[in-house]
Ligand binder design. Structure first.
Ligand code: PGA
Length: 252
């Protein structure tokens, strides 16, 4: 059985003090809500990670970086390595978020290196894929996500691939308030799973967690998560308020 995950991508928001407070609030509410049908993961900025790991220790809440370096170590000013991220207790790192792809030049080739670096250091990549509006409108969104999968992930072995979590995030839905409909999400999630099946087989495909991201909130999460191939969400804006975020985690 694949795991459901609701992950909060804080992006570049919150001071350290605010972040610690938010993580503590999330922990409190997770503990108060009893058994959830998903794993809750927090992805704060790098500088918060150590403290957030301490705040959620022993709660079952996972912690993720938002990015990791493509290189192992050395003269890479400003970069943070997968080994460093793993060393403070993170289990995950986002890789290939559309903002990294579009603003920071993270190409498919660089992302493929980052994925391997994360895996080699015991981190599970939450690998993000998704088309921009023009690609959706011209009907090539299936080819776009297929190409992102192939170039970013498909040189992994089956064993390595089993540590990948996917996040489908249509760029036109990120931060725009325009969510994909549940039919649109299900259609492309099923396509992603089929694409994985053709490469790695039915069992691996069935076990792969595929999250939806893009204006997912407490009002639309239940409908999205009810889709058979949607296994949770990668939540931006709505993860910055503990109460809203927890409602999303309770939407299963
Ligand atoms: P959003 O962001 O929920 O604010 O649309 C999602 C994401 O970029 O991961």
């Amino acid at each position: 059985m694949r795991k459901n995950i609701v992950a909060g991508n804080w992006k570049m928001n919150k001071t350290l003090q605010e972040g610690v407070q938010l993580a503590a609030e999330v922990r409190k509410q997770v503990e108060a809500s009893g058994a959830l049908k998903c794993e809750v993961v927090l992805a704060p900025p790098f500088i918060h990670l150590t403290e957030v790991c301490k705040v959620v220790a022993g709660s079952g809440i996972g912690v993720s970086a938002q990015n990791c370096a493509a290189e192992t170590s050395g003269a890479y000013t400003g970069e943070v390595s997968a080994a460093m991220i793993q060393s403070i207790g993170c289990a995950y790192t986002l890789i290939g978020h559309s903002e990294r792809r579009s603003y920071y030049g993270d190409t498919d080739q660089i992302l493929s290196k980052k994925v391997k670096m994360a895996l080699a250091n015991g981190l599970k990549p939450i690998f993000c894929i998704g088309e921009v509006l023009a690609e959706r409108e011209s009907g090539i969104h299936f080819e776009v996500v297929k190409s992102q999968l192939e170039k970013g992930l498909f040189d992994l072995t089956t064993e390595e691939f089993q540590n990948i979590v996917l996040a489908y995030e249509p760029v036109w839905a990120i931060g725009t308030g325009k969510t994909a409909s549940s039919a649109q999400a299900q259609e492309i999630h099923a396509f992603i799973r089929r694409t994985i099946e053709l490469k790695y087989g039915a069992q691996v495909a069935q076990n792969t967690t595929i999250l939806y991201g893009g204006s997912c909130n407490d009002a639309n999460a239940a409908e999205l998560f009810a889709c058979p191939d949607v296994d949770g969400g990668l939540i931006g804006g709505a993860s910055l308020v503990a109460e809203k975020f927890i409602k999303i985690a309770q939407a299963f």
